[in-house]
Design a protein around this ligand. Structure first.
Ligand code: AMP
Ligand code: MN
Ligand code: MN
Ligand code: MN
Length: 274
């Protein structure tokens, strides 16, 4: 079975439409596939229509930003009821914060000599959501930076001109939204948070205490050693294992939908009861 439970469309910071993402997942041979846009489920209606036509099993997902110990982490909700009011009220709160944050980032960039940042970034975004990725694309397009990586380093993090702190809901609240909508809560890409392994284990411990169901053991950029390590942690904390490419469709992104390393057989998977 080919499974990929973490991908983006242009409803957040991906390049393709939901239909295009579903068609690509089908073409790449996925049997089960989840669309997991940042802080929105709005792309899932179009994705479901295409999945029905293509005969692909679509899992309704979302990747929710959350605070843990003053840091931003990403928690995937997999198999959520997109009509659940508690989930949608939470996502709305994040969407509103994103709008305020975008205005604040634009002011910061203005102070650094990048004018009209909000309008230019809005022109790049296909839907109403503005992510830091869109700001990064704008700064590359304007010739301010040569690539996405340098934009994040020079402009969009910490105390840099476009850097703004996260003010997302706390991790336990985010997990409760996902559970209210009948989904499984899964910590995304545990090794991408610039934390020591000891700190990631503390994160897993706290999130497990708040009802976390799983952790992404295999991601699009995992090495074999990383898979072994996270597989071990999943067992240690009693978490199910998930797999997802985190495909965005950017040119230059090497990951491909559905092209992931094998899950260690020792792990319980998040999809075992589906
Ligand atoms: P946001 O949720 O708006 O803060 O944007 C976060 C998104 O920016 C992540 O989901 C990634 O897709 C992207 N991102 C974060 N850091 C980097 C980086 N160093 N280089 C490229 N993309 C990044
Ligand atoms: Mn992203
Ligand atoms: Mn993420
Ligand atoms: Mn993602």
């Amino acid at each position: 079975m080919k499974i990929d439970l973490h991908c983006h469309s242009y409803y957040s910071d991906g390049v393709l439409s939901p239909s295009e993402v579903v068609l690509l997942a089908k073409k790449e041979g996925c049997d089960v596939f989840a669309l997991t846009d940042h802080d929105t489920t709005d792309g899932l209606i179009e994705a479901q229509q295409q999945a029905d036509k293509s005969g692909l099993s679509l899992v309704h997902g979302v990747e929710i930003s959350a605070m843990w110990s003053n840091m931003t982490v990403h928690i995937l909700g997999l198999g959520v009821d997109i009509n659940n009011e508690i989930l949608q009220m939470g996502l709305k709160q994040h969407q509103e914060f994103r709008q305020l944050r975008a205005e604040k980032m634009a002011r910061g960039l203005g102070g650094a000599g990048v004018f009209g940042a909000l309008e230019k970034t809005q022109a790049i975004a296909k839907k109403s959501m503005i992510t830091r990725t869109h700001f990064a694309q704008m700064l590359v397009q304007e010739g301010v930076c040569k690539d996405m990586k340098s934009v994040f380093k020079r402009f969009l993090t910490g105390k840099k001109p476009g850097g703004v702190g996260g003010k997302w809901a706390e991790y336990d609240e985010v997990i409760s939204w996902i559970h209210a909508a009948g989904g499984k809560a899964v910590l995304a890409h545990p090794l991408r948070y610039r934390m020591t392994n000891t700190k990631v284990k503390r994160l897993l411990n706290h999130l497990s205490g708040a009802g976390l169901d799983g952790v992404e053991v295999v991601t699009g950029s995992s090495s074999s050693d990383e898979i072994t390590l996270v597989s071990q942690w999943a067992k240690e904390f009693g978490l199910s294992a998930s797999v997802g490419s985190d495909y965005h469709g950017w040119s230059g992104q090497r990951v491909r939908i559905g092209h992931l390393q094998d899950m260690p057989s020792a792990n319980e998977t998040v999809w075992r009861d589906w």
